[in-house]
Design a protein around this ligand. Sequence first.
Ligand code: C2E
Ligand code: CA
Ligand code: CA
Length: 292
Amino acid sequence: NELFQYADMAMYEVKKSGKNAVYFFEQLMQEKFVERICLENKLTNAIDTSCLELYFQPQVDITTKTLRGFEALVRWYDSELGWIKPDQFIPMAEESKLIIPLGDWVLDQSCYYLAKWQREYNFQGIMSINVSPIQLKNPTFLFDLNSAIRRHNIDPRKIEIEITEGIFIDNIEDTVDLLTRIKELGIGISLDDFGTGYSSLMMLKSVPIDEIKLDKSFIDDYNDEKGRSIISCMLDLAKMLDLPVVAEGVETEEQYLYLKQKGCEVIQGFYFSKPLSAIEFMNKIVDIFYNN
Ligand code: C2E
Ligand code: CA
Ligand code: CA
């Protein structure tokens, strides 16, 4: 994909200048390569020096409007580049395997905050952590997950990992085994971005998941009649399979009311709150749930 993009860019330069396409293509490839190495070095450094930060987005029980828990979302601050969004570095981290130390950092930090909030505020909610397929398939994942939980003395039933359909592409038996072992620890498993990837509906009945996350792209289509039919179908399907649904990217009251009426269990989105820094999160939570 990227190659096609460079080829397009090179063709554009050729049209402008009349020069040889290969010349521009090679030059572009080289620039991108250097950029990429530079970004990988920066990320390696950021992981080592803790220039990453976790943000926390509330997940709210749709009927009671009480806090069910939150999702931990990583952010990266670079002194030259500023704040970098995860969509811009997670794919690169996956390709370069930096996702392994990065994911481990996320596990440690998220458990640190959960333990702190349990201690200081008697916080009882569930914490969702994103786990990349590459991180999950790393042989030490189960050990790393367990270590983080023990290190911070957390009840595993307060943790849920968010996995994506990508992990079921190959070797489904091994993946099911691994997920079963994770569940045996008491940790919940949530299927993220459901419906956007590779999964078939058949898969849903054979994999050990506890919950489905309805992707933001479905909620974005709410204003479209067909879009609403799809949301409704997905919620019916989840009901039949006895799987609760967390709807993500809920931005308006209309969407919230529709999802509530359709029996969705939990919502996450700007309608309730955007992702917050640790301090903002606690201020808001204390305000809403403890001060009245
Ligand atoms: P995701 O897991 O699907 O996370 C939801 C994304 O939707 C987050 O973007 C969140 O900020 C955004 N979002 C939630 N509600 C709304 C809304 O109402 N409106 C809008 N416009 N956006 C909303 P974010 O934080 O930029 O993360 C992007 C993706 O990066 C995540 O998508 C996830 O795939 C990945 N990611 C983030 N943190 C981690 C991490 O610690 N580990 C791994 N492996 N991936 C991560
Ligand atoms: Ca997620
Ligand atoms: Ca998503």
